[in-house]
Design a protein around this ligand. Structure first.
Ligand SMILES: [Zn+2]
Length: 315
């Protein structure tokens, strides 16, 4: 993959189905041996024309494509389009609209919209470690309002306006890793429950002066420092400029690329921006793309789920 540097090269590379097969085997089975998703067998035959593996195990579905068991499962769209689409979403700083994607790879806008949502599911990262660690690292915590009409939360009321969504973010300034998600309100119990589950012992936690962050230092041996936005007074390393920079990126994608995002879908757009932010340092486009593809397995998104036609929440 390292020889591929541009979208044009990726499109050319993945136009060859053997290249798609080799790449999918590489990201799905790091040991290089494909396994049957139904019985785990490794005695398989690749049927190049049909682009499926055949398993000889004693079970119903003996043929399976490389999309089975991933976010691409059951899609009639080929890997020659899925892989360039994934390349685009992992590397375009402000995201890519369904209109742009439909033109770029030659699918309908409706297909492109659904593809982008499936890729965002792969972008959602499981948080395995806490931020701040045991090293007294600074963690910036903040919330922002997205969608709807902008209000200055620091000067105005923090009341949620109609169709406005609240996103909370936490940035570990040393590792440059962000966790962000939609939260229902800015009450103390909501904000502090998130901080407690994501920030490790002894961390330095930097927030603004919102009352919801009061008494944070009572937990986990946190050192809590607040930033005064009105005076723009910056006390050395006590600032939240890193997470505010992330909000700018998120808002640019929401106003420039994605218009009229429903609150229902907001978490998916946040996941997308977090993925690019957390993987932007020390990675080439090809490495960021490969990282994304390493996260496609074991996740599904049906059309009914993404259009809200089944129960459950927006995530
Ligand atoms: Zn099998």
């Amino acid at each position: 993959m390292e020889q591929i540097k541009t979208l044009a090269q990726a499109i050319l590379h993945f136009a060859d189905s053997e290249n798609c097969r080799q790449f999918m085997v590489f990201v799905r089975w790091p040991d290089g041996t494909p396994k049957c998703p139904y019985c785990g067998a490794t005695k398989l035959t690749w049927l190049a024309k049909a682009k499926v593996y055949r398993c000889y195990g004693d079970h119903a579905k003996q043929k399976f494509s490389l999309k089975v068991g991933t976010v691409f499962e059951d899609s009639p769209i080929g890997l020659d389009k899925w892989l360039p689409a994934s390349w685009l979403l992992s590397n375009c700083k402000n995201g890519i609209s369904s209109y742009e994607l439909s033109k770029a790879i030659g699918v309908t806008q409706k297909s492109a919209w659904f593809m982008l949502h499936r890729i965002r599911v792969a972008m959602r990262e499981d948080s395995k470690s806490t931020l701040g660690g045991h090293w007294q690292n600074p963690v910036e915590v903040d919330e922002t309002f997205v969608g709807g009409k902008a209000v200055n939360k620091h000067l105005g009321q923090r009341k949620q306006k109609e169709r406005k969504t609240i996103v909370m973010g936490m940035l570990d300034r040393e590792s440059r890793q962000i966790r962000a998600k939609v939260i229902p309100d800015v009450k103390r119990e909501t904000l502090q429950a998130e901080i407690l589950s994501h920030v490790g012992f002894n961390a330095y936690v930097f927030t603004d002066g919102w009352v919801g962050y009061d008494k944070l230092s009572e937990y986990k041996n946190f050192t809590h420092k607040t930033v005064n936005h009105i005076n723009q007074y910056v006390d050395g390393r006590v600032h939240t400029q890193g997470i505010e920079n992330f909000w700018s990126l998120l808002k640019r994608s929401l106003t420039g690329t994605y218009v009229a995002v429903e609150p229902f879908h907001m978490d998916a757009y946040v996941d997308e921006q977090v993925f690019r932010y957390n993987n932007r340092r020390n990675k080439t486009d090809a490495q960021r793309f490969t990282k994304l593809l390493s996260q496609i397995a074991g996740k599904r998104l049906t059309y009914a789920e993404v259009t809200g036609r089944v129960g459950g929440d927006a995530s």
